[in-house]
Ligand binder design. Structure first.
Ligand code: 4AD
Ligand code: MG
Length: 466
């Protein structure tokens, strides 16, 4: 193997010139044998298209090499670029030498050239990134992540790292995974027969975080504009195409900001990420358009070019009640909207993303700012076609007395949140933020039907393989 890193296939396909000497490395996608020569399609994950390699029979050890380069084998090819005579590619590589690093037995290698179901591919999670669709997904996922950092960094937001282990349930929904180092066979007990978590690693009950928001609020009170981007965990037992037990969340938090400013940021943010991906992942997006969902490019243009619809929860309920459609969950004021309602609004009524605001206080988390009427809170959810809720956020309750009252009303103990309440005691300001479900964004962008296929190693009920 050469000590210089070989050229990436994307660079060769886009910039390579005839007569250029190159070294490439990758995995064989297909091989076709002909009289006197063979073709091999090589992929290194850098690009949707393969590099076509022409192997003439005068290559040293031709017969041996050809036997070894089956689908899935890893190789290094040294050769010369030539203008391709065939259609489908501008340039191809004429091999002068081929090193086979690892063979792949055609009898057992699961990814032979044919269409595989996504369900089957999930069962080979360690190999599926070598397929066209999954590799396109992970390139787009990477571009989304890069766009997100670029968006916030350009605007002076500080990237903060929220803890993974926490003692708080930010959303108050009780969907927590407990983190413990206690011996499960010999749990220490308190006098009243409960598990004695004072003897646990952290001296109290601890969990995997459901959201980095509370810590983002701490940091926003020092840096004004911050964001988190990290994994979050929810033990909700929902086997849907939109839920994961481990997912990544992006949570900006802004001091001196109200709900209006929060909605403006969310809209600018989504537009920016879509534009970035269209600009950086053209071939992948065309692939999704052709093979996965014929509307992805139009959807992206629609996001970039149109204003999102903004209306209150109360207005949305009125629209849903007038709808010429029967919902599984009947609509009345106070209902926690289900994905069928959210999708109806985004897909059928407005045909674009919708931002709903001012939800009933009873169905939202304790930290959301109470509106004047005390019936609603300054919440906002961004609802996307095909996905439903993609972003959830709010203006936060910055008034100490109101916040304490809300915490108690929700059956929580203010003492557990003493530090969070301190933020309201010392230099409190109106502030707001939101959380974007990163996988839902990637799903929305690519048109992929199942959220389990937009994260490399999905975690969901009864599954933690790979
Ligand atoms: O609406 P959620 O629960 O909001 C929060 O966690 C707030 N603390 C955010 C904030 O204001 N800083 O979750 C935010 C988003 C949802 O809109 C959804 O896109 C995504 O996270 N989400 C999930 N994605 C995949 N699997 C799950 N189980 C998800 N639960 C929420
Ligand atoms: Mg939500």
């Amino acid at each position: 193997m050469t000590s210089d890193r070989a050229k990436r296939i994307i660079d060769i396909l886009q910039q390579g010139q005839p007569d250029e000497q190159v070294t490439v490395q990758g995995w064989v996608r297909t091989k076709r044998e002909s009289k006197g020569f063979s073709f091999m399609e090589l992929n290194d994950g850098s690009f949707m298209a393969n590099l076509q390699v022409v192997i003439n029979a005068d290559l040293p050890d031709y017969e041996v090499v050809i036997k070894k380069i089956n689908t899935g084998a890893s190789v290094e090819v040294v050769g010369t670029l030539v203008t391709s005579q065939g259609k489908g590619q501008r340039i191809e590589l004429r091999a002068a030498s081929i090193t086979v690093f690892g063979e792949a037995d055609p009898e057992t290698y699961p990814l032979q050239k044919k269409r595989h179901s996504f369900e089957f591919l999930r069962s080979i999670g360690h190999l599926r990134a070598r397929t066209n669709t999954l590799s396109a997904v992970f390139r787009v996922r990477n571009a989304c992540a890069a766009a997100i950092h670029q968006f916030f960094q350009e605007r002076g937001f500080l990237w903060i790292h929220a803890p993974i282990i926490t003692a708080n349930d930010c959303e108050g929904a009780g969907e927590l995974f407990t983190v413990t180092s206690l011996d499960l066979q010999k749990l220490p007990q308190t006098a009243d027969q409960k598990v004695d978590f004072t003897q646990d690693f952290f001296g109290k009950k601890a969990y995997l975080t459901v959201s980095g928001q509370l810590q983002a609020e701490v940091m926003a009170m020092a840096f004004r504009d911050v964001y988190t981007f990290g994994p979050t965990f929810r033990a909700e037992n929902s086997n849907t195409s939109r839920h994961l037990a481990e997912f990544w969340m992006v949570e900006p938090e802004m001091a001196f900001c109200n709900l209006q400013g929060n909605m403006d940021l969310a809209e600018d943010f989504l537009k920016y990420v879509f534009k970035y991906v269209l600009d950086h992942c053209q071939a992948d997006m065309e692939f999704f358009q052709e093979r996965i969902d014929k509307t992805v490019l139009a959807t992206a243009e629609n996001i970039i070019n149109n204003q999102f619809e903004r209306l209150t929860y109360t207005e949305a309920i009125a629209i849903l009640q007038k709808a010429d459609k029967t919902f599984e969950f009947p609509v009345n004021w106070g209902l926690d909207l289900q994905s069928e309602h959210e999708r109806y609004l985004a897909e059928e009524v407005f045909k674009k993303p919708v931002i709903l605001t001012n939800y009933p206080v009873e169905i939202k988390a304790f930290y959301m700012r109470l509106d004047e009427d005390e019936k609603t809170v300054a919440a906002m959810d961004v609802l996307a076609p095909n996905i439903g809720e993609i972003i959830g956020g709010s203006q936060r309750e910055e008034r100490l007395d109101v916040l304490e009252r809300r915490i108690i009303q929700q059956g929580m103990d203010p003492a557990d949140l003493w530090w969070y309440l301190d933020l309201r005691r010392y230099g409190t300001v109106p502030h707001a933020g939101f959380g974007l479900g990163f996988e839902r964004l990637v799903q929305f962008m690519t048109g992929m039907g199942n959220i389990r296929d937009v994260i490399p190693f999905p975690r969901f009920p009864e599954n933690a393989d790979f």
